[in-house]
Design a protein around this ligand. Structure first.
Ligand code: F6P
Length: 341
């Protein structure tokens, strides 16, 4: 069999570990491996190459993806999916491992419904896929946020300032929640739970009143804060996603805090730092386990399935289950942060 591998959507640390796991297992099972370049774009344009085992050596620790990626959406193009399936057939690709988040896996689920031998691997730093305790890149992103907060604590205490830290996460607050908890944030603002500017101001005064003359606030890029004066307009991508970074919620919040309290306030937007660099051990291990399991699913011709993490086990569920709804931060985690604020 010839097994194709693609990575789609936003990149994430750990993608190469998953690619390596899937490819090495495919070779071990006696199959050929083709790399589909730049996500679904390569599958539409025929940017598909036979790859040799040595091309998957020495990549476990590398960030990014050796296959490239894109936010191409074949479902948004006339006959897009037919084009993908015809191109894969033309290049002799019998089965496909699609490594991606909700967008990429939604396309994979549709292709499997149409009869293609496609399986998935869960990837997104946003950690918003359902049915899995693990998404490639999330653990590394949380570590990057925690390290940033460690650094910002020293300058915030030195200058007695309020620091606003804007983090990624699209419409959910996982990166902010877990990064904020790991980094000892004094307040965490996420889309899942409403907050108002007056609550933020009251909290800062309470801290100041208790002699805490600095504060670290972590704000998820997708949050809406009631009473917030001005947030920028956002554009959209091929999947219709709003480019939340354009809104500048962190910047707007820090200016409004300074205006309303007079406390010196600075903003840090971590941006794509959260997606770059070498993956954590957790991301390397689980990306590898899911990659290997995905190659086995193709080998067993189990179309439309995806390996996921359930506790310490790799379980296998239908792709449709993983993309059916967004996994959101539960109340008990949000309440936990209030123990420390
Ligand atoms: O989905 C991953 C993610 O990093 C989101 O957290 C963020 O909103 C978005 O992608 C940024 O997308 P881009 O890299 O296209 O600017």
């Amino acid at each position: 069999m010839r097994i194709g591998i693609l990575t789609g959507g936003g990149d994430a640390p750990g993608l190469n570990a998953a690619i390596r796991g899937a490819a090495r297992r495919a070779f071990q099972l006696g199959h050929h491996v083709s790399g589909v370049k730049n996500g679904w774009a390569g599958a539409m344009q025929g940017d598909i190459e036979e790859m040799a085992p040595e091309e998957f050596r020495g990549i476990l620790h590398l960030g990014g993806t050796i296959l490239g990626t894109s936010r191409t959406n074949p479902l948004k193009q006339v006959d897009g999916m037919q084009k993908v399936m015809a191109t894969l057939q033309h290049y002799g690709v019998d089965g496909l491992v699609a490594i991606g988040g909700d967008d990429t896996l939604s396309v994979a689920a549709r292709m499997a419904e149409a009869g293609a031998l496609v399986v998935g691997v869960p990837k997104t730093i946003d950690n918003d896929l359902s049915g899995t305790d693990f998404c490639i890149g999330f653990d590394t992103a949380v570590g990057i946020v925690a390290e940033a907060l460690d650094r910002l604590h020293t300058t915030a205490t030195a200058h007695h300032r309020v620091m606003v830290v804007e983090v990624m996460g699209r419409d959910t607050g996982w990166v902010a929640m877990m990064g904020g908890l790991a980094g000892g944030a004094d307040m965490i603002l996420i889309p899942e739970f409403e907050t108002s500017i007056s609550e933020v101001v009251a909290h800062l005064y309470k801290r100041r009143g208790a002699g805490r003359d600095f504060s670290i606030l972590v704000v998820a890029e997708g949050v809406n804060i009631e009473g917030m004066a001005e947030v920028g307009q956002a554009t959209t991508d091929a999947f219709g996603h709003v480019r939340l970074a354009d809104r500048g919620v962190g910047d707007a919040l820090s200016r409004q805090i300074e205006k309303e309290t007079g406390f010196e306030t600075r903003v840090t937007v971590l941006g794509h730092l959260q997606r770059g660099g070498s993956p954590s051990s957790v991301d390397r291990i689980w990306a590898t386990r899911c990659g290997v399991a995905a190659a086995e699913l193709v080998n067993e011709r189990k179309a439309g399935m995806i390996p996921v993490r359930r506790g310490d086990e790799v379980a296998v569920v239908p792709l449709a289950e993983v993309v059916k709804e967004q996994r959101r931060v539960p109340r008990e985690l949000y309440d936990l942060a209030h123990v420390f604020s």
